[in-house]
Write a protein that binds this ligand. Structure first.
Ligand SMILES: C[S@@+](CC[C@H](N)C(=O)[O-])C[C@H]1O[C@@H](n2cnc3c(N)ncnc32)[C@H](O)[C@@H]1O
Length: 260
């Protein structure tokens, strides 16, 4: 393991929740709720800078592999240029939403359930591989990036927040548990690791719209689970969320490279 990949791993380990808090959690706090990551029928699809980078390399009628696809927000921006789309996710409910998204747009679709890169051997290559908002879940970054690269015929496009996405909850952790949360790792470190692996990776910084919000009741529930709290804290969480409305934009980085 290189110094950089070790730095990435150590930075993610610093996000571990102390055992004395975790043991009080009624359910696992490490959730990705389907409601937040599905593509809603009514949702306008906007072409973000990351989508632009993918479209530059995507031939008309080409294919997309979306790793950590969720409900397909990254893929949806690339239709109808892409004619075949492949989703990989370790949550089956996300893949159901991904299939619905593609089928409702009459696009040919395949899905593969499992952890990337463990399932990579079963997954076909595609013209462009996209991977949005997944890297901060991945401690062992090198094999993950290598498998993305091996599955792209033309380009890999990654989008991640500039810093760990849970940084925005740091105030709540301080309030409820008097716990200081880290801010690292960063998109710049992921870029350095991609370059160290020999990929001609570039980075572009931009702001994009925040994810469309879910109802306040759901927001309170997700926040409570992530903070290892029980429903008795709901009123207090709601008060805090209402007093500090969420940001309407997110600072993200697009990291991309053409395959050799
Ligand atoms: C934050 S969501 C992003 C979903 C989607 N890419 C988007 O931008 O809306 C992260 C997704 O990656 C999936 N995921 C995280 N790590 C994964 C891994 N190693 N292999 C497969 N799926 C993974 C989660 O289940 C979740 O659906």
């Amino acid at each position: 393991m290189s110094t950089l990949t070790d730095q990435w791993r150590q930075a993610l380990l610093a996000w571990d929740i102390p055992q004395e808090i975790l043991s009080q959690a009624p359910t696992s706090p490490w959730i990705h709720p389907v409601e937040i990551f599905e593509v809603k029928e009514s949702e306008a699809v906007t072409i973000t800078p990351s989508a632009q980078k993918a479209l530059e390399a995507l031939p008309l009628g080409g294919s997309i592999l979306d790793v950590g696809s969720g409900g397909g927000k990254a893929t949806a921006q690339l239709l109808p240029t892409a004619a075949h789309v492949i989703g990989v996710d370790h949550q089956p409910e996300m893949l159901e939403k991904y299939q619905e998204m593609a089928q409702s747009r009459e696009i040919s679709v395949e899905t593969f359930h499992g952890d990337w890169p463990d399932v990579a051997g079963k997954v076909p290559a595609a013209d462009v591989v996209v991977c949005h908002h997944v890297l901060y879940n991945v401690q062992d970054l090198a094999p993950f990036l290598i498998a993305l690269n091996e599955h792209a015929r033309k380009r890999v496009v990654i989008e991640i927040p500039e810093h760990h996405p849970l940084t925005s909850s740091s105030g709540l952790w301080k309030h409820f548990w008097n716990l200081d949360r880290p801010t690292e790792p960063s998109a710049e470190l992921a870029l350095s690791i991609a370059r160290e692996l020999g990929f001609a990776a570039e980075i572009e910084h931009s702001t994009i719209a925040s994810r469309s919000s879910v109802a306040m009741q759901k927001m309170v529930e997700f926040t409570r689970i992530r903070l290892c709290l029980s429903p008795e804290s709901d009123a207090e969480i709601q008060g805090i969320l209402e007093s500090a409305p969420a940001d309407t934009i997110r600072e993200v980085a697009t990291i991309w490279w053409d395959v050799a």
